[in-house]
Design a protein around this ligand. Sequence first.
Ligand code: DX5
Ligand code: ZN
Length: 215
Amino acid sequence: MIKIAPSLLSADFAYLKRDIDRISTADYVHVDVMDGIFVPNISIGVPVVRSIRKITAMPLDVHLMIDRPVRYIKAFADAGADILTVHTEADTPEQITAALEAIRAAGVRPALSIKPRTSAEALLPWIRGISMVLVMTVEPGFGGQAFMADQLPKIRAVREMIDRYNPGCELEVDGGIGPDTAGLVIEAGANVLVAGSSVYGAADIPARIAELRKG
Ligand code: DX5
Ligand code: ZN
């Protein structure tokens, strides 16, 4: 069962409710949080998560592209996140462990992401205790970039790691996913597909979501 997580980064922020209603046939709402430090862009933060929590029952899949995320876990959990993803590159291993502990303690699903230049092995210290891995298939920071096909072997390696150590863990991919690339990442073992520009740029959004789900 393939899940689709449209990224609000490609929505119109002046019409967030309308644009969330438009993706009601998807599985998760993917919320990209950027701090201008971990990535060279600034997007949205805690107050926006709190507001969208009130207008949708869909699970909020919050992707924290922020430096030292442990500082903000409780705030995002209280704002209504269902999944909180932190990057292995965003702090020391000790503080990543602390961030994942804080996510669990808040009753939220913990997830861990790796950037394109980070190897699958970087996940090993935490793989048994997380609910989802997010493999970036573009350099994080912006929507609408081209899919990096050189990440496919890493998606396969993460799939093997998950099957071996934590079979219930989900494998999400993010960046450049559209009708031409969905099949490739599904074949490599992904089961959750983030898609921003290819969903919000489609003339028929429910049809595009169904198309991506089929791969
Ligand atoms: C990039 C974000 C992505 C982005 C994906 O840093 O993490 O979620 O919105 O956008 P597309 O699908 O357009 O590549
Ligand atoms: Zn994202």
